[in-house]
Design a protein around this ligand. Sequence first.
Ligand code: FMN
Length: 483
Amino acid sequence: MSTGGRRLVGRLIALGVTGSIAAYKAVELLRLLTAEGADVVVLLSPSAQRFVGPLSFAALSRHPVETDVLDLLPDGRIGHIVIADSADAFVVAPATAHWLAAMASGLAGDVVTAAALATSAPMVVAPAMDGDMWRHPATVSNVSRLRDVFGYAVVSPEAGPLASGQSGMGRLAELPSIVDAVVAALAERPIRQPDPASRPPLAEGLIREADLAGRRIVITAGGTREPIDPVRYIGNRSTGKMGVALAEAALARGARVTLIAAAVEVPLPVHADVTHVETTAELREALATAMGLGSPGSVGSGAGSGAAAGGRRQTRSGPGAGAPDALVMAAAVADFTPAAPSERKIQRRDRLHLELSPTPDLLAEIAAAADARAVTAPAGRPVLVGFAAETGSLDRAAEKLRAKGVDLLVANDVSEPGSGFGTDTNRVTILDRSGTVESLPLLGKLEVANRILDRVATALDARDAAAQTAGAKPPSTATRGST
Ligand SMILES: Cc1cc2nc3c(=O)[nH]c(=O)nc-3n(C[C@H](O)[C@H](O)[C@H](O)COP(=O)(O)O)c2cc1C
């Protein structure tokens, strides 16, 4: 069998990630291992999940991520044992000082140590930590025990800038050298478990083609906060899980993603262009930029006034000019904002009267601006997706779809158990302009995200086909496949 020079074809590699500042690099390591032809399954320690969310790894590996040593697979098998028994090699990168100590002592308190103890696959360990931690006699002795007694390959950290702000020994080794160590550890060993039934399951819902390659999608996530004074705000219960799942799924399908993040409680995707916002007014401004519509004033009328106190708009990476292909507005945006936020902390009184002003309907503004622009550039109208969080009946959803002028409206009953804010699942109904109503069952948020993106991909293909028939150049064809 020709492997096209790829060194890990047919191999199953277990990638254990622990709670280091370098955990985000494991996403890139996963990509490199996959590029070598490996099937990769990821295990995250509880601390690692504070640095990088399992969604990134699930979307890219197309396997469910092992996060809890006590969780069973849907078919009843013990997840970390299945990985231990079927992995051809097990790489822990980054490996914390804590993980090295736990492993050296044979403790099995999390999925990474438990699976490592249970496997007979060759182990590759790439530590990353502060220089003093690396030099501490405890770490030195743990590393030599792993290397000399357990026979693990240790890819030593390198000198360079550290999370502490200092420079020194402890930085995670360059990723290609970790990949090389995995290849070397495997040598000529045969594939351990070629039978798919013996391997970890695939996350069925995550198997999608890269059908959004070359597309640019703007996604909003989380809840806005409207300041009352510099200390207090009016917020909502959104955690950002749905918006982040959409961003992860879109990235995994090849899209370039601009994520406008209001208050979110989950780690953000490593490969998205992220703009942080707090208030509705900041979100409006960030949207205008991301949608290539100029200043918020040119989008519509009626400004929200929330930026007066406590605003903290911050851009990690510019969203880029020009109209994107789609906007998915998953953020929970305040309907009202204090009319005159105080610049000083309001003191306790018998009574506080707050005057609230309605915020602008951001999606309706964008839709109107997109329609206006579509008159001169018909091929360029982005597909617009709105969300409607309701309690009880979803009867108002069809009216909202019309009022906002969006292509798709995703409605859900946030009072239903397992649906809405903070949950890992969602039950949504997708409505479109033609009157089609698609009611989905209760699904994981990543699968819900993929179902929504299926509709976006179809709408974009239809848009491009219509533009081609009309003789216009579809906006993305020049760049599709080039990102
Ligand atoms: C911002 C931050 C960065 C950290 N980076 C590292 C690191 O690079 N290496 C390390 O050994 N510990 C690091 N720690 C400490 C670990 O997260 C901590 O020891 C944790 O218990 C490790 O758990 P785990 O090994 O089960 O993942 C860091 C902690 C924080 C708050």
